[in-house]
Design a protein around this ligand. Structure first.
Ligand SMILES: C[S@@+](CC[C@H](N)C(=O)[O-])C[C@H]1O[C@@H](n2cnc3c(N)ncnc32)[C@H](O)[C@@H]1O
Length: 189
């Protein structure tokens, strides 16, 4: 779906995981654990998985069991109930699922910024809303996904994404990729 309809290539996302995951990594909304599983991480990587859905946590923890992950059942829109700070945080394909508008989603970025080390990195990708250059099938998919598929991203634009990241981070890179955007943010404010 991401590659064909949304024209968002998967290999650069896997590469983001390969390049940016640090010794202590927090993955917010890990889904099936697909990207962490393929990131060629050292077995010593300390992985924490955070998601409000216990089934997601159980599944991804099983897939990633070689890292003995810590699981945290929580909502990224609320202060994160974690005791540690992290060298890296992955927020991949999660923002478009969070309730809009983008100003509300910005709370997720603030919550992540406070649990990152000063030299830590936040990275991820998100499907953009109306303003992005969607293909016809992507437009149809997004209309349905916003009506009943767990997306709430109509107002999410490249500019709003850059703004919400820049509010919490001094160094922000955003790259458009088809219907989506990849991002890397450093130097939490
Ligand atoms: C589309 S999946 C992305 C999965 C994975 N990151 C990937 O890229 O393959 C969205 C994930 O975000 C999680 N999620 C949804 N709302 C969330 C919230 N409020 N806080 C944290 N995670 C959330 C979902 O349970 C799911 O694991």
């Amino acid at each position: 779906m991401a590659e064909r309809v949304l024209r968002c290539p998967i290999p650069p996302i896997t590469d983001q995981y390969r390049h940016h995951v640090g010794e202590r990594h927090l993955d917010v909304g890990p889904g099936t654990g697909y990207f962490l599983d393929r990131a060629d991480l050292p077995a010593t990587t300390q992985v924490t998985l955070l998601d409000p859905n216990p089934n997601v946590l159980a599944h991804s923890a099983r897939v990633l069991e070689r890292f003995h992950p810590t699981v945290v059942e929580a909502d990224v829109l609320k202060p994160l109930p974690v005791a540690d700070t992290f060298d890296s945080v992955g927020l991949n394909m999660v923002l478009h699922c969070l309730p809009g508008p983008p100003e509300r989603k910005a709370q997720a970025i603030r919550n992540i910024a406070v649990v990152l080390e000063p030299d830590g990195v936040l990275f991820g990708a998100a499907v953009l809303g109306r303003s992005a250059p969607h293909s016809k099938p992507a437009k149809a998919f997004l209309a349905i996904a916003n009506r009943r598929g767990g997306f709430d991203n109509r107002e999410d634009s490249l500019a709003r994404l850059r703004e919400m990241l820049s509010e919490s981070f001094a160094d922000v890179e955003v790259t458009e990729a088809g219907s989506a955007a990849r991002f890397v943010a450093r130097r939490p404010r």
